[in-house]
Design a protein around this ligand. Structure first.
Ligand code: HBI
Ligand code: FE
Length: 300
């Protein structure tokens, strides 16, 4: 098991059900809690320090420039779990987004409502030292380090808001699984073309040391040019490296797909169509081959 957020998508096929770890007893009706920063233990901050140190040095080579810029702007402490109040002052000025602290995974409709209101839910707790590489639920390292940097980017932030706004209709249409695939492949595991070759922007990748390297350098996974319907039809596995990564040209492409699309006809058209296997390559796919010496070549 290599991905750091096995239970992130409760509806996904999972090897086994996961008992949620957070303390939900003091959560408000929108599932928010106080961060209670002073209650973190010294070993919690030490785990943050370890994870931060090994991921930050990977960013320069692997992460999208927009992600790196966002991480720099947020200026999270390498040494201690961030104080969410302080982050919110920076984030609010930039894109009007804020972070709310939650006990862990929250029900979909609440998750969507927060995003639609430009609030990103970040889990309060951090993993233990014996779980640095494997985690069954998102923790504050995944949520904060992986997701918050791109919320400083106005275009990406708008996509996230549009995703939240799309939630209730997907639930009503019985098509949550199709919308969730968009989040999975594009928010958690997305790649992007840059002038210097492929880079990672997906949170699930960038909060995992091994998948960061694997996603760009391993010859096995397919890297396929983004196509909204293709993504929304593709199944995923949540407890291993991805077999397919989808590649966007830029964040505008993602934003337009999320914002200008009426998903209702897509839900209807594909209602009874089985999902595409995570390992499949279709004749219509445009495969992306990266030449690390600069430039991205399209073939297929
Ligand atoms: N809750 N805290 C949290 N974080 C998530 O990423 C999350 C969630 N609840 C539901 C959910 N994700 C997904 O099922 C939706 O994106 C579909
Ligand atoms: Fe996530």
């Amino acid at each position: 098991m290599v991905c750091s957020l096995m239970a992130e998508q409760p509806a996904a096929p999972s090897a086994q059900p996961v008992a949620l770890r957070g303390d939900y007893s003091r959560a408000a009706s929108d599932y928010t809690v106080d961060q209670e920063w002073d209650a973190y233990l010294p070993e919690d901050h030490e785990v943050w320090r370890t994870l931060y140190a090994r991921q930050i040095q990977l960013l320069e080579h692997y992460a999208a420039p927009e992600f790196i810029a966002g991480a720099k702007t947020l200026n999270a402490s390498p040494d201690a779990i961030p104080r969410i109040d302080a982050t919110n002052e920076v984030l609010g000025r930039l894109t009007g987004w804020s972070i709310v602290v939650v006990p862990g995974l929250i029900p979909e409709q609440h998750f969507f409502a927060h995003l639609a209101a430009k609030r990103f839910p970040v889990t309060r707790w951090i993993r233990r030292r014996d779980e640095l590489d494997y985690l069954a639920e998102p923790d504050i390292f995944h949520d904060f380090f992986g997701h918050v940097p791109l919320l400083t980017n106005p275009i990406f932030a708008k996509f996230m808001q549009a995703y939240g706004e799309a939630g209730p209709k997907a639930i009503a249409a019985g098509s949550l699984h199709m919308l969730a695939r968009l989040y999975w492949y594009m928010v958690e595991f997305g790649l992007i073309k840059t002038k210097r070759g492929l880079r990672v922007y997906g949170s699930g990748i960038l909060s995992s040391k091994s998948e960061t390297v694997y996603s760009l350098e391993d010859p096995h996974p397919h890297r396929i040019a983004f196509d909204l319907e293709r993504v929304m039809l593709t199944n995923y596995l949540i407890d291993d490296f991805q077999q397919t990564y989808f590649v966007i040209d830029d964040f505008e492409q993602l934003f337009h797909a999320g914002y200008d699309t009426d998903f209702a006809p897509i839900y209807k058209q594909y209602r009874d169509v089985p999902g595409i296997a995570p390992s499949a390559v279709l004749p219509t796919d445009r495969l992306i081959f990266d030449s690390s010496s600069g430039g991205v070549a399209d073939r297929g």
